[in-house]
Ligand binder design. Structure first.
Ligand code: CA
Length: 714
């Protein structure tokens, strides 16, 4: 008897110790393949970028639903000091939230109270910003066995300890002398951390790498496009034998492109990893691959074996890509019934404006239709060949072509959501037409420029006019919509119109709700079945990120990283709604939440006293062209920057030739991100840019003064 009791005591003690040792099993320490595959059995957590490997961004939580969403209020918030685009999806497990901000900064919070637990700043040199096409954004972290993984803007993959935020290992995943950047969230499959990169606007060769989560050793690398050499000694060598004959000329010179900068999904049953591949580098195929060719695997969805990186199949959405029509957009996996048959599908709404439903077992096209009616580069996708039927002139080889979509896409990175309950895909769609033209009207004018954008088109024709009436017409042509799309019938079920493009990513829930923030700062909940608006909240900033949801102690929360930024925000200048600019915050909501945000700060821009003009018309014309080719992608088309990057029309630096030169040519502000542009313009061209900006400010100030004069007479 006594002996038996002693045995039981030992067993019980061992059990308690085992529990103590695994106390983080429900937290980041327990995140592994089994837990991500079985994510639906712990619906209160959100442990992978798209919640599940299928990346549906659908939560089974339903405590917040159509009957009580009206009472949703702020539970807590955190003011982000990084004054740039905010694109991350927070992850939550074990009561802790892990998320990222601009410049790849990682933070952990108590997800119930909002208490900041730790911050990890990878100290990305701000001069990296000039390599990023689309702002210094980051889309979030991955979790695996007690570690937090982040890709940094300057190309590192880093593993942090989930409890302390301490750096465990760091690997440089790119050639940092080249314009590579990382903005995407890593995913972890079978113990391998997967990370791609961006940079195809400036000129790089794209690839995806897999690193061992424990040690940080690289397991494999898959290049998406061929290089100069026949072999890289990489997982992609065999696939490149297939891809190389689809290219012409010295395509490797600028880099060829094909960056894997955002989407991935994984099917554990088929053991297939799906990656979305980006645009060509340069965009213009006529320059990149003279004489044509499909240029595999640009703008493709490629299926790989996650253990080895071995190629399995691909589907190319835009053969011979020439418009920046990436297929890096969100990939969603679902099991749906098509034509009475259960199908394992992969769905994507890439930039090119067609919604694709593929059989994800073999990559065969099931159906493809325009999800935005104004698409004009192709009439339809041929169902037999799976290829687009292009419109005459769309390739702008001989003449300018006004295309819809433009390079910002009919849908960009902003994630969609798929609700298995409604069977609908919710797409943050947009219309931003764009005039494509050969550089200066002739492809012979293309010259590779290190550090510059090397897209091989004419940016001057895409510049925005100064005339208010023309601008108004252009603004009116920019559209944004939330579309509820039936992937079976390939038709729209309902949609919500916004005042412009570049609205936030989407979340769908079992509570019958669809959440989306928009460019003018409203975060809304819609009825997933009808599109009826049920709730709205003024975030005080344009929203681009998707929201996510989690549950702690029986209470459901909705979290949103609110903060304007990204490609359209930085480049579109006067096309951006002034209401978009505002404070960046992490906002967390619950039913009955009572917290309030401080009043929205008022920003007031006033023109300075401007010196009289000493410039020649030729100088101003030169300055206009040099600005459009080099500066507008960050400081805004037409030098309008409703953004944290300085609006140069109001900058005192333009009134002083010596200071302007010290910044633009000598790089005096490179630690702030404004590197020297002397490889891209000489001193007299920089001075011409200054005169262009002064002239612009002078003319706009005169108009403003005249308008005020009229107003005061009323
Ligand atoms: Ca691109």
């Amino acid at each position: 008897m006594g002996a038996n009791r002693a045995v039981w005591t030992v067993v019980l003690a061992a059990g308690v110790m085992a529990l103590a040792g695994c106390s983080d099993k429900g937290g980041a320490g327990g995140v592994n393949a089994d837990r991500i595959i079985a994510a639906d059995s712990t619906p209160g957590d959100w442990i992978s970028h798209g919640r599940t490997y299928s990346e549906q961004r659908f939560s089974p939580l339903e405590k917040i639903n159509t009957s009580n969403v009206q009472d949703l209020g702020l539970a807590w918030s955190f003011e982000l000091p990084e004054n740039r685009g905010i694109e991350a999806t927070p992850l939550v497990t074990g009561g802790v939230m892990y998320t990222t901000s601009a410049w790849s900064i990682v933070r952990a919070f108590d997800a119930k109270t909002g208490k900041l637990l730790w911050t990890y700043d990878p100290k990305v040199p701000r001069s990296t910003g000039v390599k990023a096409c689309c702002d210094s954004v980051n889309r979030g972290v991955a979790l695996w066995e007690g570690r937090v993984f982040v890709g940094t803007l300057d190309g590192r993959l880093e593993a942090l300890d989930a409890k302390s935020g301490r750096l465990v290992w760091s690997k440089v995943t790119v050639d940092q002398t080249k314009p590579y950047t990382i903005t995407g969230a890593p995913r972890v499959v079978k113990g391998k951390v997967l990370i791609g990169n961006g940079g195809a606007e400036l000129g790089v060769r794209g690839y995806l790498s897999a690193y061992d989560a424990k040690t940080g050793e690289m397991a494999w690398r898959f290049y998406t496009v061929p290089g100069k050499k026949e072999s890289d000694g990489s997982a992609s060598d065999e696939a490149m034998k297939k891809a190389r004959p689809t290219w012409n000329g010295e395509f490797w010179k600028v880099g060829a492109g094909g960056t894997v900068w955002d989407s991935m999904a994984y099917d554990p049953d088929l053991d297939l990893l799906y990656i979305g591949v980006g645009n060509g580098s340069p965009w213009n195929r006529d320059i990149r691959s003279p004489g044509g060719g499909d240029n595999l695997f640009l703008s493709s969805i490629v299926a790989l074996r996650p253990s080895t990186g071995e190629y399995v199949w691909h589907y190319q959405t835009t053969p011979g890509e020439t418009w920046d029509y990436t297929a890096t957009q969100h990939i969603v996996l679902a099991d749906i019934t098509v034509g009475g048959k259960p199908r394992k599908v992969l769905m994507q709404a890439p930039k090119n404006g067609f919604f694709y439903v593929l059989d994800r077992t073999d990559g065969k096209l099931i159906s493809a239709q325009k999800y935005v009616a104004s698409v004009n580069w192709a009439s339809h996708i041929d169902p037999v060949s799976g290829r687009p039927v292009e419109s005459p002139g769309a390739r702008y080889e001989k003449a300018l072509h006004l295309s819809n979509p433009g390079p910002l896409g009919a849908h960009n990175w902003h994630p969609m959501a798929f609700s298995p309950k409604t069977g609908l895909v919710y797409i943050p769609a947009q219309e931003i037409p764009f005039p494509y033209m050969q550089p200066g009207g002739d492809k012979a004018n293309f010259k590779y420029r290190p550090q510059g954008w090397n897209v091989g088109i004419d940016f001057l024709v895409a510049g925005l006019p100064d005339d208010e009436a023309q601008l108004k017409a252009i603004r009116a042509s920019l559209k944004g919509r939330l579309i509820a799309w039936d992937p079976v019938s390939q038709t729209e079920k309902w949609s919500v119109d916004y005042s412009g493009p570049w609205n936030g990513g989407v979340l769908a829930t079992a509570g019958g709700l669809v959440f989306q923030g928009n460019a003018t700062g409203e975060f809304s909940a819609y009825d997933a079945g009808s599109g009826k608006k049920l709730w709205g909240f003024d975030t005080q900033t344009g929203v681009v990120a998707p929201s996510m949801t989690y549950e702690i102690d029986g209470e459901q929360y909705v979290a949103l990283m609110a903060g304007w930024g990204g490609g359209f925000a930085v480049s579109a200048g006067a096309g951006v709604d002034p209401r978009s600019e505002g404070p960046r915050r992490l906002l967390v909501f619950k039913v009955g939440g009572k917290e309030k945000l401080p009043a929205r700060p008022v920003s007031k821009k006033e023109f300075m006293d401007l010196p009289p003009s000493s410039a020649t018309p030729q100088q101003i014309a030169t300055g206009t062209a040099v600005f459009a080719a080099n500066c507008g992608v960050c400081h805004g088309a037409g030098a309008v920057s409703e953004f944290s990057i300085p609006d140069l029309r109001y900058s005192p630096t333009i009134t002083d030739a010596a200071i302007f030169k010290s910044i633009v040519i000598d790089g005096d502000r490179s630690e702030l991100g404004m590197v020297s542009f002397k490889s891209l313009m000489n001193e007299s061209e920089a001075e011409a840019v200054r005169h262009y900006l002064l002239d612009l400010a002078r003319r706009q100030k005169a108009k403003q003064v005249a308008a005020l004069g009229l107003a005061s007479k009323d």
